[in-house]
Write a protein that binds this ligand. Sequence first.
Ligand code: TYM
Length: 343
Amino acid sequence: MAFSPRVFSGIQPSGDLHLGNYLGAIRRFVPLQDTHETIYCVVDMHAITVWQEPNDLRRATREVAAAFIAAGVDPKRSIVFNQSQVMQHAELAWVFNCVARIGWMNRMTQFKDKAGKNSENVSLGLLAYPSLMAADILLYKATAVPVGDDQKQHLELTRDIAAKFNNDYAASIAEQGLDPDFFPITEPLIAGPATRIMSLRDGTKKMSKSDPSDQSRISLLDDADAISKKIKKATTDPAELPVEVEDLKGRPEADNLVGIYAALSDKTKAEVLAEFGGQGWGKFKPALADLAVAQLAPMSGEMRRLIEDTTTIDGILRDGGERAAAIAEKTMNEVRRIVGFIR
Ligand code: TYM
């Protein structure tokens, strides 16, 4: 059986959304609405794998939903919801906890980074995190997942879990008269010039919600003035911009800013260098600042307006939750039969 093209992606409500989240994920959600059935989720259950103040979690959940909509995700064409409304995510994640191996989880670089030296004392949820992520995707039998580069390993694990489930339960899947490829082997969509946006202070570090320096990232709630100042102050090397993309190698800050320009203008890095190669930062940074302000400032204004309108946002999430649950329950019903649970 061919799976119909369905996209799923999720964003954690665990701090300020930034330009990396926008260019690596949210912006790319919009055109997929024309070609796929699209499901976009605020993954609040993932967020609590590290401590979240309840009121902050509520605010951040609405902020992510507002960002989706301000960026152009249409909550009528796409399903937009928060994960905890659809209990089947937790249910399938439990089944996957029993399919996946602890060794697989221990190998996850993101777990190692987040746990650091403290791995005995982080939540059990943080270790099992990729199992819940696989459940998010496979509950909807999603065929494609647009994400940034840092999620690549988690998506490989999702494929491993799908394959092991299909294999472990092959006899039962056949007995139930279901397709032997019960779960699809999902395709990661990690493409374009902005799969890994770096810190504005240090081109070797990823732009992240947890960086203590506010100057390291452009927040999606920054106003025009803040966006412009942060770009103009971004760390760079002294050389002028190269003419060839090859020559961005070994120049992480230059590579990053050219990548940001390319992503914001829907161009390739080569096209950006065709325009700016040979010029100095004095020309390029103001051009990038103007472009970023033109693209991001209207969105941050719309986000701020939407966040205040909690009735509308919560209504969108509730409606999306109902539509998601209808699909999720169908899959979960099949999974219960496959596994041997009586209902
Ligand atoms: P999260 O919330 O950390 O990040 C959300 C999305 O933003 C991308 N991203 C970046 N892209 C480019 N440059 C950066 N510096 C950058 N930082 C973040 C991430 O790759 C991601 O696409 N585990 C996921 C959330 C998740 C999920 C899912 C994603 C849960 N279930 C199912 C897809 C499908 C996460 O923590 O993303």
